[in-house]
Design a protein around this ligand. Structure first.
Ligand SMILES: C[S@@+](CC[C@H](N)C(=O)[O-])C[C@H]1O[C@@H](n2cnc3c(N)ncnc32)[C@H](O)[C@@H]1O
Length: 321
């Protein structure tokens, strides 16, 4: 079903929306009503996608062409998983997709997942450890395939499995001095950053009509960022998540890699945009057609990570924790 996703996909026309975006006791009923009258939700169902959110990423990719075969993609706030589904489809056959979410969810096919609060430094470190093996989470049957029907996977600029192996041999044999000593530190730093794209759609949890979380002992929904309909609160919460995603990207995104991040509009967004511009060559704001008009959500699309930009260049010396 997901094979129907095309790069030049044209969004279906909008259905009728119920204008109240706040969540109240009767909101579940309204949500269901809205889903049935929403052409994006209907289309998602037809295409076997886990949510209508997929179309936001499809629209972004149609415009900016961020995906290529073989990429490593980190999907922050992946659940229920429609962005990851799109990423798997567009990076196959050798791409690897790592999803992180605070709530437990069934991973979409071909996606490795880690459950945890991404605002926690420990969780971020766990994700980095997972990523540090460039082979981990990559489809095995494709890794050793001699050919594939779509042509060679594009891993332009990527550290492939074979290249990584060569690095290890060079280290053992002391061959690393081929790189001039003054550039060695930067080279090692560059080699460690092996993520091609960080996606963050972190915000309110997806609607669960039946669910474990309401009964959960750890009650995870009170720890995640839930949208409230109170604009400044949603904005502040989303800026925390955006900053966590950006910090992580400084450490993990390779030169030339990309960053897509949802935010709730408000006074801090300009400052965040300036930080993005320090790390990326081009920064755009997007409000995809498939994003509900009444929602204050929008997306930053930041393209082509620049070389030689450190954490303090982006966040300043006071803000390094
Ligand atoms: C709008 S949903 C993402 C939808 C997803 N992009 C898709 O296409 O299916 C937002 C997700 O962010 C997650 N989230 C919110 N705060 C988080 C946090 N601090 N750490 C990890 N995940 C978080 C929520 O649990 C929720 O599943």
């Amino acid at each position: 079903m997901i094979g129907k996703l095309e790069r030049n996909w044209i969004p279906p026309p909008h259905g009728l929306y119920i204008s109240d975006s706040r969540w109240s006791s009767s909101s579940s009923k309204r949500w269901k009503q809205r889903q049935t009258s929403d052409s994006f939700a209907r289309e998602a169902k037809v295409q076997g996608l886990k949510s209508r959110a997929a179309f936001k990423l499809i629209e972004i990719d149609a415009k900016y062409k961020i995906f290529k075969k073989g990429q490593t993609v980190v999907d922050l706030g992946y659940a229920p998983g429609s962005w990851s589904q799109v990423a798997v489809e567009r990076t196959k056959p050798r791409g690897r997709i790592v999803g992180i979410d605070i709530i437990p969810a069934q991973p979409p096919k071909g996606v490795s997942t880690i459950q945890g609060n991404f605002l926690s430094v420990e969780v971020q470190e766990q994700v980095k450890r997972f990523l540090s093996d460039p082979d981990r989470g990559r489809p095995k049957q494709e890794l050793f395939a001699s050919s594939d029907t779509d042509g060679s996977p594009e891993t332009e600029g990527a550290i492939s499995y074979i290249e990584q192996e060569q690095h290890d041999i060079d280290d053992v044999q002391g061959n690393t001095e081929r790189t001039p000593p003054n550039e060695k530190g930067q080279k090692l730093e560059d080699d460690r950053r092996i993520v091609d794209i960080v996606l963050s759609d972190m915000s309110e949890p997806w609607e669960q009509t039946t669910g474990f979380w309401k009964k959960s002992l750890s009650n995870p929904h009170i720890r995640m960022m839930n949208t409230t309909g109170i604009n400044f609160k949603d904005h502040a919460g989303s800026m925390d998540l955006c900053n966590a995603a950006l910090r992580f990207s400084v450490d993990t995104v390779r030169n030339g890699g990309h960053f897509v991040c949802k935010f709730y509009q408000g006074s801090e967004e300009k400052h965040f945009e300036q930080k993005l511009k320090k790390l990326f060559a081009a920064v755009y704001r997007e409000k995809p057609d498939s994003s509900r008009k009444e929602s204050k959500e929008a997306y930053f699309v930041a393209l082509r990570r620049k070389k030689d930009v450190a954490m303090e260049d982006v966040f300043g010396t006071d803000n390094i924790t």
